[in-house]
Design a protein around this ligand. Structure first.
Ligand code: MG
Length: 433
């Protein structure tokens, strides 16, 4: 038996805005940041649970405060009890009758819950000596569905239907796991397409993406239509006919504007249109999907919970679901999202990049492949080559494929030296990258 003795939080910020890395139509100057926590126990095994919420700078202190507000639930608690029934642990946080007023199940408090849940999964995976994807994939279907809160889902997905999906994926699990370890999981890159980059840099990075083995790229759009037409022309020429090029408007448009703007870009053979409008506008996404068909809509990095994903699927608004490891209520709610996607037959192509998002979300796609959808068809994990060097187990890509992580844990642990160097305080400017 062991007890949780501390939950330490840190406001970590990287000054990425200086290079215009990560610049898009709505976020011209992001400083990639992490509201970070470390859970320690008295087990004397040196094992800690690490988790974070990704933010883009200002407000990271608010996110840290929200995580700190949850520490009272953990300190002094029996570690094994919390880890053994992560479904109950999730509900302890998400169903808190007073905290719930701050959402419900959305915003800063819900993301804080997600970070704490992810840190607990990191702790459990390290204790079991497995990477998170493998830990989850080896759980019996009954234990997987016990992690999911089916409240508000049953009109689209019941516990029994989820069980059926998981049982249907059981044959071939061992073969898929071996295939995953041997070959990895396909990635795509957004590195060429940041809005702040010059045309020359765009063309060069497109060529480099193909040389690096990526099978898809993505361009930021929505700032200026003439610029978008010119940049897509450059990218199409650099990548060649038929190479998948997705575009991402980062919520820039109203509904009619999205349909019109995408119509002007359709001749460049668009693989998907990402975040065309507000992430809360379910009917707007559906109208856009109808208006730009057959070009599919993709969204999810700002979808606040499983209930919004459910509705997007119910109204056929999305052709791709883009889960984010640090947006919803952590691993548990993302398992709900994966099961919803499987029910509706929509491929999951996670959002990543930022700081640590690639390291974290790869586990969910790999779990999905082995134990839920059983497929990699049409599925790719976003990759951006930023800030991986700050992680204890950084992602490894080989010829455009994410290699399956084999180290125990959830991939969320940052190097102690990086945490110390990039800790932010109001009186201190962020350190140079
Ligand atoms: Mg995006």
């Amino acid at each position: 038996m062991s007890t949780i003795v501390s939950v330490d939080t840190t406001d970590i910020r990287f000054p990425t805005s200086r290079q215009l890395d990560g610049s898009d139509a709505m976020n011209p100057d992001p400083d990639y940041s992490a509201a970070y926590l470390v859970i320690r126990t008295d087990a004397n095994d040196g094992i800690e649970g690490h988790g974070f919420v990704f933010t883009i700078g200002r407000g990271n202190d608010v996110q840290v405060a929200a995580i700190r507000a949850l520490s009272g639930y953990l300190v002094g608690r029996d570690t094994e009890e919390l880890l053994a029934d992560m479904g109950a642990t999730w509900k302890m946080f998400a169903h808190d009758s007073q905290l719930r007023w701050l959402g419900p199940e959305k915003g800063v408090m819900h993301m804080a819950i997600g970070a704490v849940i992810n840190a607990l999964w990191d702790l459990r995976a390290k204790r079991e000596g497995k990477p998170l994807w493998q830990l989850l994939a080896h759980l019996p279907p009954e234990e997987i569905v016990a992690l999911v809160d089916f409240r508000y889902l049953s009109d689209a997905l019941t516990r029994d239907e989820a069980l059926e999906i998981l049982h249907a994926a059981r044959p071939g699990r061992a073969e898929r796991e071996a295939q995953l370890v041997a070959n990895g999981y396909p990635g795509y890159t957004t590195s060429p397409g940041w809005l702040g980059y010059s045309d020359e840099k765009l063309a060069r990075l497109c060529r480099e993406a193909i040389a690096d083995g990526f099978g898809q790229i993505k361009l930021k759009v929505g700032g200026n239509l003439d610029d978008d037409i010119r940049r897509l022309g450059i990218a199409r020429e650099a990548c060649g006919e038929g190479f998948p090029i997705a575009i991402d408007a980062n919520q820039r448009w109203d509904v009619a504007e999205a349909v019109e703007w995408v119509g002007a870009l359709a001749r460049f053979d668009i693989h998907w249109v990402e975040e065309p409008t507000s992430p809360d506008d379910i009917l707007g996404h559906a109208a856009i999907a109808r208006g730009i068909a057959p070009i599919p809509v993709a969204t999810g990095e700002h979808v606040q919970n499983r209930i919004v994903f459910k509705q997007l699927l119910q109204v056929n608004a999305i052709g791709f679901m883009q889960i984010d490891a640090a947006r919803v209520g952590g691993v548990n709610e993302n398992i709900a999202n994966l099961l919803l996607a499987a029910k509706f037959g929509v491929p999951v192509c996670p959002h990543a990049g930022g700081v640590g998002l690639c390291e974290a979300v790869q586990h969910l796609s790999m779990f999905d492949y082995v134990a839920v959808s059983g497929s990699q068809d049409g599925r790719v994990i976003e990759f951006v080559d930023h800030l991986h060097e700050h992680f204890v187990t950084p992602v490894v890509l080989n010829d455009g494929n994410y290699q399956a992580p084999l180290a125990p844990g959830a991939g969320t642990e940052m190097l102690a030296a990086s945490i110390a160097e990039y800790t932010f305080s109001p009186g201190r400017t962020v350190a140079a990258v």
